[in-house]
Design a binder for this molecule. Sequence first.
Ligand code: GLN
Length: 471
Amino acid sequence: QKCLKLIKKTKFLNSYITVTEDLALEQAEEAEIRFQRGKPLGPLDGIPVAVKDNFSTANIETTCASVMLKGYIPPFNATVVQKLLDQGAVLMGKTNLDEFAMGSGSTDSIFGPVRNPWSYSTHCRDRSGQTPGGGTSDSDWAVTGGSSGGSAAAVASLTCFASLGSDTGGSTRNPAANCGIVGLKPTYGLLSRHGLIPLVNSLDVPGIMTRSVHDAATVLAGVLQGHDPKDSTTVDYPITPINLPDDIDVSSICIGIPREYHAPGLSSETLSHWSRTAELFEKAGARVVEVSLPHTQHSIVCYHVLCMAEVASNMARFDGLEYGYRSAVDSSTEAMYAATRHEGFNDVVRRRVLSGNYFLLKHNCKLFVVKQIRIGHLGYNFVLMFVCCVCFRLLTPTTLTEAIRYTDFTKEDNRTRSAQEDIFTQPVNMAGLPAVTVPVALASTRLPISLQLIGQAFQEQKLLTVANWLE
Ligand code: GLN
C-alpha cells in the first residue's frame, strides 16, 4: 500500500505505463497469509517489483511504448516474469521505455518522457535551494537515461524494491547510473529471453535494477537465473547460489582500467571519481593496471550494423495482421503493411528497419554485416574476454556525464548523443559478459555519478562481491 501511494504521488515522473493496483493488493494479501503461516515462497515473497513494458505479461497490456502494440494483451508471461510471480513477488505495474527499447533517454515513448526522480528530491537541494538537475519548471528536469528509464525511476522513487529492465547495449545500466541505483546486466545465456520482445536477439538480456548489490544478487541467483527449455540460448549449468561475504578482501584481485575508455565527452567529474575509485582499490591492496581494448572505437559501428540488421528482421512480424495496430489503409496488402508500419512505429524504429534492410541486401550483407560480426562479435569479444580473464575485472565509467537535462537532451541531435552514450556499455553486450553499475558519488549538480564493473562470463558471484565492496 505504501508503494502504491508513492506511485500515485510520483505520477508526474511517468515511470509506469500500467499500474496493476488490484493485482498487487491481491498478491500482497496472499503473501501476508503465507508469511503468517511461516511458509513464504521464496526470498521475494511479498516484495513489490516492477517490469519493463517490453516483457510479456499474461492478461496485462504490453505496449513496448509503441502505437504498434498499444492494446496488445499477451496470453503468457515471459519466463523471468513467471519466475518472479512463482516466488511471490508483487507486481506493481509495467514501466515506461523508449519505443521498442531503442534509445538512451526514455524520451521516445508514446506515453511521454520519464523524469529523473533526483530532479525532485527535496533532501538534495543545493545551497541556493535548487533541486538537483533543475526540477523547478515543467521542462527543467534531468532525463533518466534509457531505454529502461521507467524501471530505474520506479526503483529510485521507492515505488518498488526491484525492477526488470532489458539490456541490449546498456539499457539497464545507463538509466540505473543516471538514477543512482544498482543495474546488473547478467552474462548472455544466464537468464531466459523467452517473452522479452526482442530488439537484438544476439545481444538482449533481461537486466536487474535494485537499491543495493545484495538485492541484485538475491533477484538474480535466488529467483531468475537458470536454464529455460523455451530459450535455447540459456545455458544448462547447475545453478550456484550467490553468497556475498560481509568481509570482503580485495587485495588479491586485479582491476583493469581500459585506456580507450578515456572517451571524448567524458566529464571531468566522472573522470576524477573514476580515478579516485581506482586509487581506493589500490589502497585496499588490489592490483590496478592499465589495459588496452584496441577495438573499442569500432564497437559502436559494429553494434549499430548488427542492431539494425536484427531489428529489420524482428520488426517484420509487426505487419498489422497478427498483433496490435492495423492501419485503415486497405487498397492492397502491401499498402496496408506499409501504412501500418508508418503509423505504428516512430521514426527511430522506422529508420533502423530501413537501414537494417539495406545492410541485409545480398551484396551489402557480406560487405557490412559479416564484416561487423567478424570485427565486433569475434574480434572485440576475444580481446575483451581475454583481458577479463587475465585481469578479472574492468573498472570503467557507465556514462559520459551525470544525467543531463531534458531540454539539453532533446536540443542536441538525440541519436548522435544516443550512440555516444553507449560507448562504455554496449561493448559488454558484444562480448556477452556480465557488468554492474554502482553509484559512487554526487556530481556538483547533485545528480549521481556511477561506475561500471565488467566481469568474466558466468562469474557473477565474483563481480557482485567486488561491486558490494565498492558500494
Ligand atoms: N541505446 C541503445 C540503442 O538504442 C541500447 C538499447 C538497449 O540496450 N535496449 O540501441
